[in-house]
Design a protein around this ligand. Structure first.
Ligand code: KIV
Ligand code: ZN
Length: 529
């Protein structure tokens, strides 16, 4: 069986999704999970886009040893230099250079002729190849590029030394039958591609990203660019979990394999959703909450008698815990450890396990039954409290249909000092946020607020997800608690701490995405950032 290279771009194209803002630690945590899951290449970012992205890519290049680390660069000399600087310490660094080749992009965006684009691409690949032989080229908007020009530029960059040719369906425009012919025609017209690796990068604007990607595999592509949960620019990218499970489930159709440890898929999905704040839709293939739930009586009857009647994937094979047994306040360390292992948290340090156990005990005192989702939420909560400048020590709120909602809060400040204040508000959450604002004086705007109950029942944990915006950057915050006002306050503290720690780090806000920026313009942008 041929191997399919899984190129994960969650931290680059996924990060381009509107509203995403991962800090370096969060990127590293996701990268570690991708490495453990067996991803072949991690596209860690776009170093020339901001100082913060550069630092994040460099950190990943130093820390991740078992997966190739890739950096994106425009076909611009300074971009290629900075991408290389960021990844040069990686075990297996890869440079990924892109340049638009469709008439519409060349005319309106680049304002360059075909000949100029061809020369720019060749020069960029030659420059990249002076650093490494592991160079990938993407003719951006390839599926809307004039075929003869596409063949010409692919041939030229292969001659210049590129070893991977990636075909992006940048605007998610193609359909499977057309893409199949497109891939066939590349092999037929540029025979040298056989010696290189052909890759595809599909967007989901028409909901066809996975279908197009697997069609390309059936026609000879051997690398798929994808993201966990399919996040990414606009409607997103091909979902990693869908491609991997399609290959694993229908291996007789593909005669292909990947090196992905599929039991880690669910954990990766939860982690990316928690850290980016992008919820996974319930009916999402493979990782959605309903993906393995059977509602109708006929289906339930079938599954009870023989699972395969209505299930093509075994939930355990993607890491969805098998046990439906709930834990309670009498459950001990052993039971918790076992459940954590099932959830993919088998490698916790003693300190992490101690924290998890005490959080579990605290919850079990409030809630009769602690479910798997409750435990996942506790673990996510633990990860979120790492960069605390201010800690919510206490909150007390009064509200009702007659009185004026009032909140009093006590926070522990950066030097361990106790800080208390109170405020009125239009509702209990508003009062709590205003009281917090009186202590943590950072101006921001609340742009999103959602509450979900993690499990059913009146004593369910409420999970609050918020987004706040300051200086054009958005920060997510999450908080979980059986009391939703407390969960809301925790979420706000989480978002504020993120904002404050972002102030201490190089900015990761991206520069304007101009492909043909001059050096002066780039400098101007860099100063602004
Ligand atoms: O969608 C796209 O064309 C891209 C390229 C940079 C590969 O993300
Ligand atoms: Zn893309």
């Amino acid at each position: 069986m041929d191997k399919v290279v899984i190129f994960d771009t969650t931290l680059r194209d996924g990060e381009q999704a509107a509203g995403s803002s991962l800090n370096v630690n969060e990127k590293l945590e996701i990268a570690r999970q991708l490495e453990y899951m067996g991803v072949d290449v991690i596209e860690a970012g776009f170093p020339a886009s901001s100082v913060g992205d550069y630092e994040a890519v460099r950190t990943l290049a130093r820390q991740i040893r078992n997966t190739s680390i890739c950096a994106l660069a425009r076909a611009v000399p300074a971009d290629i230099d900075s991408a290389w600087e960021a990844i040069k310490e990686a075990e297996t660094p890869r440079l990924h250079v892109f340049l638009s080749t469709s008439d519409i992009h060349m005319r309106y965006q680049l304002k360059k002729t075909r000949q100029q684009v061809l020369e720019t691409a060749v020069a960029a690949i030659k420059q990249a190849c002076r650093y490494t032989s592991n160079v990938e080229f993407s003719p951006m908007d390839a599926t809307r590029t004039a075929p003869q020009f596409l063949y010409q530029i692919i041939e030229a960059v292969l001659d210049a030394g590129a070893s991977v040719i990636n075909i992006p369906d940048t605007v998610g425009y193609t359909i499977p039958s057309e893409f199949a012919c497109f891939i066939d025609s590349i092999f037929a017209n540029v025979p040298q591609v056989q010696q290189a690796m052909l890759s595809v990068h599909c967007h989901d604007d028409l909901g066809l990203a996975t279908a197009n990607s697997i069609t390309a595999l059936l026609h000879g592509a051997r690398q798929v660019e994808c993201t966990v949960n399919g996040i990414g620019e606009r409607a997103g990218n091909t979902a990693l979990e869908e491609v991997v499970m399609a290959i694993a489930t229908r291996s007789e159709q593909f005669n292909l394999k990947t090196d992905i440890r599929t039991e880690q898929i669910y954990r990766a999905s939860r982690l990316v959703s928690d850290l980016t704040g992008f919820a996974v839709q319930p009916n999402k293939a493979v990782v959605g909450a309903n993906a393995f739930r059977h509602q109708s009586g006929i289906h339930q009857d079938g599954v009870i008698k023989e699972r395969h009647t209505y299930e093509v994937i075994n939930p355990q094979s993607v890491g969805i815990p098998s046990s439906s047994l709930v834990l309670g306040k009498l459950s001990g360390r052993h039971a918790l450890r076992q459940r954590l292992e099932e959830l993919g948290y088998g490698n916790l340090t003693d300190e992490e396990f101690k924290r998890a156990f005490s959080a579990f005990k605290e919850l079990a005192d409030k809630k009769k039954e602690v479910t798997t989702r409750d435990i996942e939420s506790l673990m996510a909560e633990d990860k979120r409290t790492v960069t605390e400048y201010y800690h919510l020590e206490r909150i007390q709120v009064t509200c009702g249909d007659r009185g004026i909602p009032t909140a009093a809060v006590k926070l522990i400040g950066p030097q361990g000092e106790e800080l208390a204040d109170a405020s009125l508000g239009t509702g209990p959450v508003d009062a709590a946020y205003k009281a917090i604002n009186r202590i943590v004086k950072v101006s921001n705007k609340l742009t999103e607020f959602t509450v979900n109950s993690i499990t059913g029942g009146i004593d369910a944990i409420g999970e609050v997800l918020i987004r706040i915006e300051a200086d054009g950057v958005s920060y997510i915050g999450r908080g979980a608690d059986p009391d939703i006002v407390v969960a809301s306050a925790k979420a706000y503290m989480n978002a504020l701490n993120r904002l404050l720690s972002f102030g201490q780090q190089p900015k990761t806000k991206q520069m304007a995405f101009h492909q043909n920026q001059t050096a002066q313009e780039r400098e101007g942008d860099a100063k602004e950032n």
